[in-house]
Design a binder for this molecule. Structure first.
Ligand code: CUO
Length: 690
């Protein structure tokens, strides 16, 4: 437990307490010696901090300590940008620690953790630090609120943490199967998926110092990462016999999808609001949040964006225009729609996507008459729990698609790799038939104690159930008619048929291809049999990193000493346990797509010299830190554009360097619990060395 307790900067006499009743250290100062002993008894770590001239944080205190923080609310975002700038501006790591110690107990905790995390990830001197997972700092954003009362009870009664047993969270705690959308709850409420989304927005904040925001192709990645979320959700829905998600088209229509999150904010001591079916978006006017906008404005911004796409140019504030080019148009649009600080014209194209999150999250109290705060859609750590998230992002994706549809179609030359033919693709799960993937339920635990305050300390675990799949291997067979050379392999997976069981058109199927992996291979002349482990996927982070603190407390499983080195710092990445959609008990018919293309044209050569320890496991969805996005092709290639004339289905789209193969995804309705003694002997997840 690295950071507690912290002490005031030495020699720091002149601090003006702006909101004294909110500053905990001051409130408890008369009891200082008692408290110091109390902390000493339970926690041996003490962090000394150096005296500094404290930064002026008075402007940050407009956000009350017990308020809920949202990066989507412009005021909150500005406060976050300010605090990030303070943290990034500290001259060295020591001063940064001092500033953090000074600020931590004064500002809103959500604001603090967000800005502090962004700063840690971006400062050269702290970038390799291990950030605790958000699910342990704010477990209340990830697990059923009812668990916390039981966790306190457990901690108060059982003083010895080793005899505490995990508190079970049932799988179906947010709704019943009367609600069709509940079939997808395991996906939407998955801890790893929500952590990924939080981390993605942490690495790609839309406001803050330029060096933090202006990353290579960030607008395009905003498009692609969220496009893949929708593709994955649609695939998952189809496995559950539900149609693909309907985009939120008319913003005045009642929202059919209800959601009651069952989360309780420990900071605000409030339940996160639910939304009944039929809710209608209303104009927002909340003085305390300095938030005022009309739904008609969102509509207008969207219309203007569509107009710009049809014209192929956007209007700039100085009266000139900027072309939406084949190469960069998508990146510009990403920054314009989200929008980020890089939006070329915020005045005209507004704040569409972010304020749509806000409008949906405040649908229950748009003018604050009930003193309610926003719901899950207002926080990137919780937004993906709500079915409406996918309708909103489907609509956003539709705008990007409109632009992509205006681009020249890929010619055969832009797709093919002369001299290279892919002649086979297959998957193999150990001890299953060929071309069968297997999914099942698995139990896991999260430690709630870091996010709660009780005495004595020590872990209190909550046990929950998530989807997982058995590791598998993909084999791609390639005929190389030329010299030895390097090549890039792209793997995607899609449902084989549409919702009616019919063959897809390419135009539709291309939207449900989920990326599985992308990797470099050395091709020798003639026949090459390439095998690739599922755990190496370029879209995922290892299972152990999603659940790292749990693993840290366990004996290492890979026989190589500590597993800590592997965790590094980077939490961005699709969770490995959700790489494969659930499938169905009878075996869900799917297709695996493999494409081999030219490494020299498609791969950014600087990415070849990536530094060890750089965050690259999930490069496809998260990029590589401090480096250009490694794939030089448009994100989503080769499925991001309309097909060349004459191509109706995906078979016809294939060039000789591509192939598709049938795969069944078989779901076994059994629960693997590695915490039960008799199951511990089952093979533990292993990650092959890169
Ligand atoms: Cu990630 Cu809307 O951008 O949630």
């Amino acid at each position: 437990r690295p950071t507690e307790p912290v002490f005031m900067p030495k020699g720091d006499k002149g601090i003006v307490l702006d909101v004294p009743q909110n500053y905990l250290t001051d409130k408890y100062r008369p009891q200082a010696s008692v408290l110091k002993n109390r902390f000493k008894e339970t926690d041996n770590t003490q962090v000394a901090v150096k005296g500094i001239t404290v930064p002026d944080i008075s402007a940050l205190l407009v956000l009350p300590r017990r308020a809920t923080f949202s990066t989507f609310v412009p005021l909150h975002r500005q406060l976050a940008a300010r605090l990030i700038a303070i943290f990034i501006g500290m001259r060295n790591a020591e001063d940064f620690v001092s500033a953090a110690a000074y600020i931590r107990d004064r500002v809103n905790p959500g604001l603090f953790v967000y800005a502090f995390s962004v700063a840690v990830l971006h400062r050269p001197d702290t970038r390799d630090l291990h950030l605790p997972p958000l699910s342990e700092m704010f477990p209340d954003k990830f697990v059923d609120g009812g668990v916390f009362v039981r966790a306190r009870e457990e901690a108060n009664v059982l003083l010895d943490e080793t005899v505490r047993s995990p508190i079970e969270i049932p799988m179906d705690y947010t709704a019943t199967n009367l609600e069709l959308e509940h079939r997808l709850a395991y996906f939407r409420e998955d801890l790893g998926i929500n952590l990924h989304h939080w981390h993605w927005h942490l690495i790609y904040p839309f406001e803050g110092p330029r060096e933090v925001v202006a990353k290579d192709r960030r607008g395009e990645l905003f498009y692609y990462m969220h496009q893949q979320i929708i593709a994955r959700y649609d695939f998952e829905r189809m496995c559950n016999k539900l149609p693909r998600v309907k985009r939120l088209q008319n913003l005045n229509d009642p929202i059919e999808e209800a959601y009651f999150p069952k989360l309780t904010s420990q900071v605000a001591s409030r339940n996160w609001a639910g939304r009944p079916s039929g809710a209608v978006l209303r104009d927002v006017n909340r003085e305390a949040d300095q938030l005022k906008f009309d739904i008609a404005e969102l509509q207008r911004w969207r219309d203007r964006i569509f107009e710009a796409i049809h014209k192929g140019r956007i209007d700039l504030p100085n009266g000139t225009t900027m072309a939406l080019t084949e190469r960069d148009g998508i990146d510009v649009l990403g920054n314009l729609i989200e929008p980020s600080d890089l939006s070329p014209n915020r005045q005209l194209y507004g704040n569409m996507h972010n304020l749509l999150h806000v409008a949906v999250s405040l649908v229950h109290d748009p003018d604050q008459r009930h003193l309610e705060t926003f719901s899950v859609m207002g926080d990137s750590a919780t937004a993906m729990r709500d079915p409406v998230f996918y309708r909103v992002h489907s609509m956003v994706n539709d705008i990007f698609t409109e632009h992509k549809n205006t681009l020249p179609r890929y010619t055969v030359q832009q797709l093919d790799f002369p001299g290279v033919r892919v002649v086979g693709v297959s998957v193999q799960t150990p001890s299953a038939e060929a071309n069968v993937l297997e999914t099942f339920w698995q139990k896991n635990v999260v430690d709630l104690s870091r996010g709660m305050d009780f005495n004595p300390r020590g872990s209190v675990l909550a046990k929950f159930t998530h989807l997982n799949h058995r590791d598998f291997q993909v084999t791609v067979t390639v005929e190389n008619q030329g010299q030895a050379r390097q090549a890039l392999v792209r793997l995607f997976l899609a449902p084989k048929f549409d919702e009616r069981g019919q063959q897809w058109s390419f135009v539709d199927q291309r939207n449900v291809f989920i990326e599985l992996d992308k990797f470099i291979v050395n091709l020798k002349p003639k026949r090459n049999v390439i095998t690739r482990e599922s755990r190496m996927s370029s879209v995922t982070i290892p299972f152990e990193r999603t659940f790292r603190d749990l693993e840290l407390n366990r004996p290492p499983t890979n026989g190589s000493g500590t597993v800590q080195d592997e965790f590094n710092f980077c939490g961005c990445g699709w969770p490995q346990h959700m790489l494969i959609p659930k499938g169905s008990p009878e075996g869900y018919p799917s297709v695996i797509f493999a494409m081999v293309s030219d490494y020299t044209t498609d791969w950014d050569q600087s990415a070849a010299n990536r530094k060890p320890g750089a965050c690259w496991d999930a490069a496809s969805y998260c990029g590589i830190r401090d480096q250009a996005y490694p794939d030089r092709r448009a994100m989503g290639y080769p499925f991001d554009r309309l097909p060349r004339p004459g191509v109706v289905n995906t078979e016809q789209f294939l060039t000789p360097n591509m192939i598709m193969g049938d795969v069944l995804i078989r779901f076994r309705d059994t629960v693997f619990d590695p915490f039960l003694p008799q199951q511990q002997q089952q093979p533990q997840p292993q990650r092959p060395q890169a």
